[in-house]
Design a protein around this ligand. Structure first.
Ligand code: ADP
Ligand code: MG
Length: 417
């Protein structure tokens, strides 16, 4: 279900904005339009939909129109043309009363520079929105405390913003936005002012929070890595406020829509983004106790493989069986396969980036097993599929005839000379 729908949205700053449309139709550049009309094109025919519960990232270079876009959503900026539907209601047509309601209840914003009141305590900062909305003291204190707890700031209620680090101040900003339980969270470069380490930590925490909250988040950033990490889908905004591509991180990395997007993603290490679950294959398996050596040999011969994975009836991984061992058992007419199950199998979670599996894939005789929290076998990742995803230089090195020890001395330790 779409919670936000944006149709043919334009924002043009300046006086005679009507003069701008014919020029835009002729693909005149933003610079030329400014020169000829004195108007700045901030958003040019933006069309997009944001689904309930997703983290939608709008990413673009500075000046591409990101802040303008997010501010059009709650009409802090008045769109020049186009429609913005929130839950089916056109925001551009709301009465000021209805608009206030949308700003207070439906959407909350988190700002790059935190935007906290310096003379208010953490608690009263977080309460502010509820206070404005006319909530009773008791209720708003309770809600504010809950949302402070959610962002890990319990115990800091009586502190003042200046007593807190940047990361903590932004947590207050986040708590404030969450306090009125909005449907949509608008985050404009919310982590951009933070030190890299704190920033990474905040990103991780937002992902954790989102796993619990399932809010709709519109997150703005100029940082591609941040976009890829946080976004369920990403819209890439080019110069002059034109959307160049909308897609999942993988779609954008694998299939950049044009040269602009391509130049953006060229330097990204895909192995950090693509997950084990994406490249895993269906494993050949047998189930114990019902299957024994005969079944194993039969399946292996049919598939032309030398090993298969063993699970129990709950799909929980038990290990691997090799064809030679299975044949021996078969010859000895033994039906219990457990003694030949090799448990020395590397496992990983479906969320693991492919890059983190490289070593495991080299060091193990079997493919890496992808398992869920209950150790149930979901799939397997073999060397070939990992190599297919790593960038080409590395691929060339790994696929050359030399042994991995020889070509990767710094990782392997024990090299001859
Ligand atoms: P971003 O957030 O991606 O850095 P902005 O949305 O802030 O970009 O700005 C988009 C374009 O609109 C820029 O060229 C900027 O200079 C221009 N702009 C933003 N606000 C105004 C304004 N109030 N008046 C005139 N031009 C503006
Ligand atoms: Mg901005």
């Amino acid at each position: 279900m779409n919670i936000v729908e944006v149709k043919n949205l334009y924002k043009i700053f300046g006086k005679d904005t009507g003069d701008v449309y014919p020029l835009l139709r002729q693909n005149t550049s933003k610079e030329k339009i400014l020169e000829e009309t004195g108007c700045v094109v901030a958003l040019n025919d933006v069309n997009l939909e944001i689904k309930k519960g997703e983290t939608f990232v709008l990413m673009g270079l500075s000046g591409s129109g990101k802040s303008t876009f997010i501010r059009c959503l709650n009409r802090l900026i008045e769109p020049t043309k186009g429609e913005i539907l929130i839950n089916g209601n056109n925001v551009t047509e709301l009465s000021s009363e209805k608009l206030r309601e949308v700003r207070r209840k439906t959407m909350s914003m988190v700002f790059q520079n935190f935007g906290l009141f310096p003379h208010r305590t953490v608690l009263t900062n977080v309460e502010y929105g509820l206070e404005v909305a006319g909530e009773e003291k008791e209720v708003r204190e309770k809600k504010a405390m809950e949302s402070l707890e959610l962002v890990g700031l319990k115990g800091y209620e009586q502190s003042f913003p200046h007593e807190l680090s940047g990361g903590m101040q932004q947590r207050v900003g986040l708590a404030r936005a969450l306090a009125n339980d909005p449907e949509v969270l608008l985050m404009d470069e919310a982590f951009s002012a933070l030190d890299p380490l704190i920033r990474t930590q905040m990103q991780d925490e937002l992902l954790d929070l989102q796993e619990k909250m399932h809010k709709t988040i519109v997150f703005i950033t100029h940082d591609l890595d941040e976009a890829l990490k946080l976004g369920d889908r990403i819209a890439i905004l080019g110069s002059g406020g034109v959307v160049r591509q909308i897609g999942t991180p993988e779609e954008i990395l694998n299939n950049p829509a044009d040269s602009y997007v391509k130049s953006f993603v060229e330097n990204v290490d895909k192995t950090k983004v693509i997950k084990a679950s994406t490249i895993m294959k269906k494993p050949l398996t047998i189930t114990i106790p019902k299957d024994g050596p005969n079944m194993a040999v039969r399946k292996l011969e049919k598939a032309g493989l030398s090993t298969l994975f063993v699970t129990d009836s709950h799909r929980i991984l038990q290990g691997v069986v090799r064809i030679d061992d299975a044949v021996l058992l078969q010859k000895k007419k033994q039906s219990d396969i457990v003694p030949i199950i090799d448990t020395d199998v590397s496992i990983t979670s479906p969320e693991t980036p492919v890059g983190d599996l490289l070593n495991a894939a080299w060091e193990n005789k079997y493919p890496v097993a992808v398992v869920d929290d209950y150790h149930r076998l979901l799939g397997i990742v073999d060397r070939a599929s990992i190599l297919a995803e790593v960038d080409s230089d590395y691929e060339n090195v790994l696929l050359s005839d030399a042994t991995p020890e020889k070509v990767l001395p710094e990782n392997s330790g024990g090299v001859n000379d």
